[in-house]
Ligand binder design. Sequence first.
Ligand code: SF4
Length: 370
Amino acid sequence: MAGIYIHIPFCAKRCIYCGFFSTVRQDEAARYVKAVCRELEQRAGYLADAPVTTVYFGGGTPSRLTPQQLGQIISTIDSVIGLKNLQELTVECNPDDITPQFVTALHAIGVNRISMGVQTFNEEMLSFLHRRHTATQALDAVRICRESGITNISIDLMYGLPGQTLDMFRADLHTALSAQVQHISSYCLSYEENTPLKALLDQGRLITADDDLCSRMYTLMCDTLREGGFEHYEISNFCLPGFHSRHNSSYWDGTPYLGLGAGAHSYNGTSRQWNPSNLDAYMLGVEQNNPQFEVERLSATDLYNECLMLRLRTAQGLDLSSLTPSDRLAVLESAQSLISNGSLKLAHDRLSIPEQKLFVSDSIISSLFR
Ligand code: SF4
């Protein structure tokens, strides 16, 4: 099994908090699509014939491309690598790009999952974050996706926003449930370097949510979404039964993936490599058959730590029987005190973090590292 991720770095305008690589140079889109197709041909052997089961267009804003451009990339993947085992084809969209014509065209080229960055349904917060859509547009976009044949819809929410109260986040969660989506991802706001939001923070012009409020929001989210019928399958991800993200789950279970496009990362089981987060460097390298990328070979220690870090993010946790006898022993030894104090649980030879401890999972997981 393998996945393919395609980074589409175009955005109509930049959100105040965003630390992802993206650009407003939309006029480069046609050239970029050609470069992605060419990179795919150059790297056709990367996945060593593993069957591709998931394809994910992320960004940036993939819905800034036309369905024809997205279809051109999908056709190239099909002809170069093959898509006969494909289970899930996701496109990230911004709500204001969604029209019935657009979604019908996506459905026609094989897209069976849409993931939408909604972030909040509070108009004041949306405006503060410099999002391009209103709450009404977001709800309309979900309805249009559903009516246009997409039966697997995910939305992203954020919590811990400056000035956001517990009641405001509760309202967002209830609106999300009423929208009848199948999947919800929800992340605590982080203050990324070199963003306008971080500049406001450094100037002392924000009232930030403290750890205690963020922790209470996290607990509220777990409880509300559980009551709404959602399974909590990863730290920040919730789904109706059967609707977990196959593509993102493959990151957590160590499945190889090929990342195409500027800034995209790839993993083949022994190394990670990443393309430059620079549109010109990326496109020129590919066009001149001299792709620019960096590689990190993973040592046995790196692989051990990554395995813990990724598996313990999930509700399924770490299957100890999948480890070598010496690694299994090492994990059990370092986990002993955390099992005793309730920070980890061990059942059926699987180690996992109880839901009430997931908010502080980083410190639990890192204390198990070699
Ligand atoms: S639309 Fe997404 S990628 Fe683009 S600036 Fe906003 S958060 Fe970042």
